[in-house]
Structure formats: C-alpha cells, structure tokens
Design a protein around this ligand. Structure first.
Ligand code: GDD
Ligand code: MG
Length: 358
C-alpha cells in the first residue's frame, strides 16, 4: 500500500480574491473541489491513504472531507503555523503508517497532470533512490524549480525560481510530485519552516543522496494563477486533461439547479456551478462561474472566473477577469485582462459601454 501526502496549506495569493474565503485546492474546478481530482487520481493509481497537509483555512478541508466519500482514507494534518513545503511533509510524517524504506508519494496541491503515478513509484523502488522527482519540460521555466538531470536520470541541481538568465540551464522543471523513502522524510528538521525546494533538495544533493528525475511529457498544469485556473477547468470539461472525477466531458459543464435562458450561450469548456442564473442573450465562453452567481441579460463573460453569488450586470463585457464572491458589477461595465474585483465590492452601472473596436 502506498501512502501519499497532499500539500494544500498555501495561501494561494496569486488567486486572490478567490482564495480569500476558500483555499486554492478547495476551489471548484469542473464541478468539484480541485483537490478531488488529485485525490481520485491518486486513488486510481493504488494509493489507499492520503494525508492532507493543511494550514491556511484548514477547516474548509475538514468540513468537506467529513461528508465526502472518495473511496480512499483521507487524514487531515494541520500545521498551527504554515511550516513551508518541507516542514509540512515532516509534520505529516506522524500520520503515516508505512515502514522506513517504504515509498511515500508527495503531491503539490495545485497540479493537474496526466502522470503515470504508479509508474513513478515503480521507477523509485526499482532504482533504490532516496527521492524520485516527476519532471516535465516547459517553454518558460522561470516560475518553477529547475531540475537538470544527467543521462541516467540523476538530478544534478535544484534551482528554485531562478533569478538570472545564467541559471536557466534546462527546460525540465519540478512538476510537483515526488516519491520519498520514508526514512528521508525523518531527516527533515521539525518545528520550523523548511522549504523542500530551497533547503531539502539542495541539501540531499550536497550530501550525495540518490535523487533521480523521471520525465513525463504528458499533460501538466499548475493552476496557481487565474489564467491557468481557467485553462485547467476548461481542459477538464473538454476532456483534454484526465480526471476520474469528471463524469462527462463536453463543450460545457452545468451543475444542478442552474437556469440558463434559451437564448444564452455557454461554451468553450465553461463550467457553471449550482443554482446559477444566466439570463437571455448572455454569452459565457471558456469561463468558470461559481455557485449562485447571476449573469444578467446580454453580458459577455470570456476567460473569466465569477465568484460565489456574484452578479454581473446586463450588457457587461468581462474578458480575463476575476470577480470575487458576492461582488456586484453594475450594468454595461467593461473589465479586461487581469482585472480583479474584491469580494462584495459593488461597481455602479455605466451609462454607455465604450466600443473597443478601434
Ligand atoms: N501544508 C502546507 N504548508 N502546504 C504548503 C505550504 C505550507 O506552509 N506552503 C505551500 N504549500 C503547498 C501549496 O498549497 C501548494 O499546493 C504547494 O505547497 C506548492 O506551493 P505553490 O505556492 O503552489 O508553489 P509554486 O507553484 O510557486 O512552486 C512549486 O510548484 C512548482 C510546480 O507547480 C515548487 O514546488 C516548484 O519547484 C515547482 O516547479
Ligand atoms: Mg503552484
């Protein structure tokens, strides 16, 4: 039996204001909290027990897990103060039941991927490594951990979020899933903040530990930014990203209790939550609309995220925007490219909508 730790304690700052009320892994993606996609993928790969390493808004996870039946034992470990990625893994150790040489899977809580999880564990066990990292190539690696490997897959360095061009020595990045030999987790210091990326991995390499990388070029996405969040949701709805928690794929996903006017259009992999109202002639394209939101007549919502109970006024045009829970956007407003509206803010209606054609 393989056990896993899912790191879900971060503040999700890049997804504010959505993460003001809800931690990032609990935001709904294609109809269920994002964490459900990861938990069910781990379950289907043979993981029978998963520890949720929580900190920020831990109670939201606890409430959800209490009622959920995900076909896998889920245990919650909560850090009083966030201990960083390495500190969180060390803290979760007390909840693991495996033996000293057993493999323990670690997942970042915001990664959607097509990784062959059991294949990664097998590669780890076969090679007898201390740690095995899932790596993936990306076009621009600067926002990630760079992990150069040699021809045998041995990791040569770990460069977290490099700041100079000289440090960009590979396009292979840490894709946010590792297998640790349990005894290696025991070596992480307790009771203080530890970054697995900045401290543990470089330390293991310096001490000559066997750290290997397994490259997988399949689907991979970190949902940590609004653009990526929308992309991941679309990919799940359209069937481009794999998840056992998506029952049916198609052009859109509309949950129960929502009312979509006949003349409204919901397309491009959009996901509509529960009890949403979409009025006549509105167009929702490649967007995520959370529960109880209202999109009034003729509004255009493209590549955007609309928070719980938010109201988008008639004739509004939203493009690449994040609207917080309960916010009200008055009629005919136009918001674009990265605009964020804080929860419960009310924007007054505008008299006319300016044309963007010229
Ligand atoms: N329990 C706990 N406690 N979890 C934490 C803490 C903490 O103090 N800090 C962060 N996490 C969790 C986050 O919730 C998230 O799921 C995961 O750790 C990674 O944190 P992010 O904030 O998403 O990091 P990142 O995306 O900038 O970088 C990480 O992921 C990249 C791949 O997506 C790093 O691991 C990079 O090396 C990697 O390339
Ligand atoms: Mg991330």
């Amino acid at each position: 039996m393989t056990e896993a730790v899912l790191l879900v304690g971060g503040q999700g700052t890049r997804l504010r204001p959505l993460t003001v009320n809800t931690p990032k892994p609990m935001l709904p993606v294609a109809g269920v909290p994002f964490t459900v996609h990861q938990i069910t993928r781990a379950r289907d790969a043979g993981v029978r027990r998963i520890v949720l390493a929580t900190s920020y808004r831990a109670e939201v996870f606890a409430e959800f897990i209490e009622d959920a039946d995900l076909g896998i034992e889920v245990v919650i470990a909560t850090e009083e103060e966030p201990l960083g990625t390495g500190g969180a893994i060390r803290h979760a150790l007390a909840h693991l039941e495996s033996g000293p040489d057993d493999p323990v899977l670690i997942f970042n809580g915001d990664v959607l991927s097509g990784l062959d999880i059991s294949g990664l564990v097998e590669a780890h066990v076969r090679s007898g490594s201390d740690v095995t990292l899932y790596l993936t190539p990306v076009d621009d690696p600067r926002a990630y951990g760079l992990v150069p490997i040699d021809a045998d897959g041995r990791v040569q360095a770990f460069l977290e979020k490099p700041s100079t061009p000289e440090e960009i020595i590979t396009d292979l990045i840490n894709a946010g899933c590792y297998v640790f030999k349990r005894s290696v987790i025991e070596q992480i210091p307790t009771g203080r903040v530890v970054s697995v990326e900045r401290e543990t991995f470089p330390g293991l390499l310096a001490s000559g530990a066997q750290v290997r990388g397994v490259v997988d070029e399949g689907y991979w996405l970190d949902l940590g930014t609004p653009l990526a969040f929308v992309q991941g949701s679309k990919d799940l709805v359209l069937g481009h990203a794999p998840s056992p928690a998506v029952i049916q794929t198609g052009d859109s996903l509309i949950l129960s209790g929502s009312h979509i006017a006949d003349s409204a259009c919901v397309e491009g992999g959009s996901s509509i939550g529960r009890d949403v109202v979409i009025e006549a002639d509105a167009n929702i394209d490649g967007s995520v609309v959370f529960d109880r939101a209202v999109i009034e007549q003729g509004a255009q919502v493209v590549g955007s995220i609309i928070g719980v109970g938010a109201r988008i006024g008639a004739g509004c045009e939203l493009h690449g925007v994040v609207v917080g829970d309960g916010a009200v956007i008055g009629a005919r407003n136009e918001l674009r490219d990265g605009a964020r509206v804080w929860p419960d803010i009310e924007l007054p209606p505008t008299a006319i909508r300016y044309s963007t054609d010229s």
